[in-house]
Design a protein around this ligand. Structure first.
Ligand SMILES: Cc1cc2nc3c(=O)[nH]c(=O)nc-3n(C[C@H](O)[C@H](O)[C@H](O)COP(=O)(O)O)c2cc1C
Length: 301
């Protein structure tokens, strides 16, 4: 595996998970030999500054949701003030930001979901690509990693490609390597890390969940008021809310004000029968909450 460009002893990146990947988790993953990325997708300037402060002297990168960054591009400047080792962009055209990121000295990491987004990403001349399979937790596309990764690899030429989606242990790491990955980007497994920002109840629910119980849906974005592009769905643990509304999105939109206030109360109470818990299919193999270092060591043995 060759990820020399990122200058990390272990070829593992922490996914920039919104509401999960804060400074403490990013620093712990970097200290264990990988590279932690702050999940700034829903963060504002104050959040970004605070999480870099919490990361301390550790090397850290940061990830943005590209279409959302287009609405508040000044957040990229805030991030670059902290000299991130890498900036990851996903879900949208990265070209308007690529040059600024590269000039700052940060490596440009672009996450792709299919051949079309790979071609778009390559036009921005990335340092690293991440092929995200549909197994992944959180937002993503429809293609499975097993078929997508070799296709991205073939287009990428000499650009290193990381595998993302469903990797939680050494077996997943080895499988990704067999498919040609130069490293891995891991999200869901780190939700159940001691240092993650996720609530203790969310971590426990993840430990108990089975992979059969995840689905790709838009209902949580509709109720939270995030206007994600229609073709991008979020993989989450099924719960009472998704059982009620998945497949009835138009009805949900008609009843939004009532359902939104109900949802917000549940989210504040950390009631995950209603509130979303984004997670990938490999939750079957997550059986305990561990320090991030132990997770890194289990994956990159
Ligand atoms: C809780 C959660 C939040 C996520 N938030 C983001 C995000 O804000 N931006 C992003 O590019 N990817 C996000 N992702 C997707 C990750 O970048 C990555 O593709 C995924 O976690 C990899 O699959 P895995 O979860 O099976 O490890 C998120 C994933 C999860 C589980």
């Amino acid at each position: 595996m060759s990820l020399r460009i990122l200058n990390i002893p272990k070829p593992l990146l922490l996914a920039p998970m919104g509401f999960v990947s804060g400074g403490a988790l990013a620093a712990a993953v970097s200290a264990a030999g990988g590279l932690g990325l702050l999940g700034a997708g829903y963060g504002d300037a104050a959040w970004i500054r605070e999480q870099f402060r919490l990361a301390g002297p550790a090397r850290a990168g940061i990830g943005f949701i590209t279409w959302s960054l287009a609405r508040q591009p000044q957040l990229l400047d805030v991030a670059l003030e902290h000299k991130p080792a890498a900036v990851m962009l996903s879900f949208g055209d990265p070209r308007p930001y690529a040059e600024k990121i590269r000039r700052s000295g940060a490596k440009l990491v672009l996450q792709v979901q299919d051949v079309e987004t790979t071609r778009e990403a390559l036009a921005a001349k990335p340092d690293v690509l991440v092929a995200q399979g549909t197994e992944a937790g959180g937002h993503g596309g429809q293609r499975s990693l097993f078929a997508l990764l070799p296709a991205v690899k073939a287009l990428a030429g000499k650009i290193p490609v990381l595998a993302a989606g469903g990797i939680v242990d050494a077996a997943g790491f080895e499988a990704a390597r067999a498919l040609g990955a130069d490293g891995v980007l891991v999200g869901t497994r780190f939700i159940a890390a001691d240092e993650a920002l996720a609530a203790p109840q969310a971590k426990q629910r993840l430990v108990q969940a089975q992979g059969d119980a995840t689905l790709r849906t838009t209902v949580f974005d509709i109720v939270r008021g995030y206007d994600w592009p229609a073709h991008i769905t979020g993989r989450a643990l099924r719960n009472r809310f998704s059982d009620s509304w998945h497949g009835k999105e138009d009805l949900l939109k008609n009843r939004l004000s009532e359902e939104r206030s109900r949802y917000q109360i549940a989210a504040e109470k950390r009631d995950y029968d209603t509130a979303v818990l984004f997670a990938g299919e490999a939750v079957d193999r997550i059986d305990s909450v561990l320090p991030a270092r132990a997770i890194v060591e289990r994956i990159c043995r």
